[in-house]
Write a protein that binds this ligand. Structure first.
Ligand code: CTP
Length: 425
């Protein structure tokens, strides 16, 4: 029996895929199809799949051509599969000519002519595009627009005050300005992805949220860390019980780029430390321990009274079974690490933890330690845009950052705004 193997993503299965599978099968007697996992595709830079692994497998199965379907999960797996399954022929489309010649050592390699004029990318691109405009900080908007280019199905369009011609907006104005910008966008029927905090006042945030719900629009925080693979995995590991019960979550986020020594006029154009870093620093705390803390202390060092501009702030939260601290600064410096303390071990994420591709789970006995690496492209912004576009399509957008978490973040910033803090000089 001649065994043939082929691999692919098979997103939105099309005629080109079916033709390839038929010809692959005709090369032998038994066809094995390797369907790439979402995580593996992400590491290959394929972030745009519209269908999940299970949907893609179901589509391949429905063709009735494959005798066996396996999942491709890691680089180098092809050699393992060929040896393990006793494969005689490896085949893929001619877009890969030369790429898999190294497999000749293990089996015969055949490149089949690719069907002209069709691909998953083209089908995705033909779907109606989500047109996104931007409001606010030139630097943040530039980054967002640059990352949009990596995402199928979205397109940037410059927009004016009227927001005409766009379906959605990315809001990156100063925190005090966001409420009116977001409100204007929602009232014009636009979906919104907004830098966090969405507002500095809890009641304003609630008003925006009900407006979004009423108009069936997506309103979501743009905290890029929430979309990074390493961060999502560390949440899962922390919640799985691997480090026992979580007793403390401690985050540090600092960037000594402005603040101390600057004039009031310059500071007025910038976000204070709590708005710039608070949302990111609080994110893992609320996502791991929930938002129902029993008490909170905010200690701050103000560098401009008139603007209520903090150079350094520490937020301590007390939960039923745990404590948490967030140390943030734009006019002080510390190691930007994240430590999750558990009763059996701890998770350590080195600086800068908010744009990490790596974390470690550590135990008393260092031989039990485990390191995790996940690729991070575009600081997480392009994954954030993919998630936003999907949320708009499915009309459901709170998978990565729940409304409770958004509100808890706004609530702390509101308290700070109301000067419910202890000052150090
Ligand atoms: N294929 C083909 N003809 C096409 C498209 C794909 O023969 N018109 C083959 C590829 O060469 C590969 C297999 O089908 O062997 C799976 O390809 P996949 O990457 O999943 O499909 P694409 O349509 O090329 O996807 P994308 O546009 O996302 O790259």
């Amino acid at each position: 029996m001649v065994k043939v193997i082929t691999y692919g993503t098979y997103d939105l299965l099309h005629f080109g895929h079916i033709r390839l599978l038929e010809r692959a099968k005709a090369l032998g007697d038994y066809l094995i199809v390797g369907v790439t996992s979402d995580a593996y595709d992400k590491t290959r830079g394929k972030i745009n799949n519209q269908q999940s692994l299970m949907e893609r497998i179901a589509a391949v199965r429905a063709t009735g051509i494959a005798d066996e379907i396996i999942v491709e999960e890691y680089e180098g797996q092809k050699i393992d599969d060929i040896r393990r399954l006793g494969v005689d022929i490896f085949t893929v489309g001619s877009d890969w000519v030369g790429h898999f010649d190294y497999l000749n050592e293990y089996c015969k390699v055949v490149y089949l002519p690719r069907t002209e004029g069709i691909s998953s990318s083209e089908i995705r691109a033909e779907k109606r595009k989500l047109i996104i405009g931007t409001i606010g900080s030139e630097n943040l908007c530039k980054k967002f627009i640059r990352e949009m280019r990596y995402v199928n199905g979205v397109e940037y369009k410059e927009c004016d005050e009227t927001l005409d011609g766009v379906d959605a907006v990315y809001v990156a104005s100063l925190p005090q300005q966001r409420y009116s910008d977001v409100k204007r966008a929602l009232l014009s029927g636009k979906h919104v992805i907004c830098e966090s905090p969405i507002s500095t006042k809890k009641d304003q945030y609630q008003e925006l949220l009900s407006l979004a719900n009423e108009k069936r629009l997506i309103l979501t925080d743009a905290i890029k860390t929430a979309y990074s693979t390493a961060y999502s995995r560390l949440l899962v590991v922390a919640k799985s019980g691997r480090i026992g019960d979580i007793v403390s979550v401690d985050t540090v986020c600092t960037s000594l780029i402005d603040g101390a020594g600057e004039s009031g006029a310059d500071l007025a154009k910038k976000q204070n430390s709590i708005c710039a870093w608070g949302p990111t620093a609080l994110l893992p705390i609320f996502q791991l321990l929930g938002t129902q803390y029993k008490s909170k202390t905010i200690v701050t060092k103000i560098i401009n009274d008139e603007l209520n501009y903090d150079g350094f702030t520490k937020i301590d939260l007390l939960f039923d079974n745990a404590v948490a601290s967030a140390k943030i600064a734009k006019a002080a410096k510390a190691e930007g690490e994240l430590i999750i303390t558990g009763t059996k071990g701890y998770i350590y994420v080195p600086a800068p933890w908010w744009k990490t591709d790596y974390f470690e789970v550590r135990f008393e006995n260092p031989t039990d330690n485990k390191r995790y690496f996940y690729q991070l492209d575009g600081e997480g912004i392009r994954y954030e845009i993919v998630a936003f576009a999907k949320a708009v399509e499915k009309k459901e957008g709170y998978y990565y950052i729940s409304k409770d978490v958004s509100e808890a973040i706004v609530s702390i910033i509101d308290d700070y705004d109301e000067k419910k803090y202890i000052r150090i000089s």
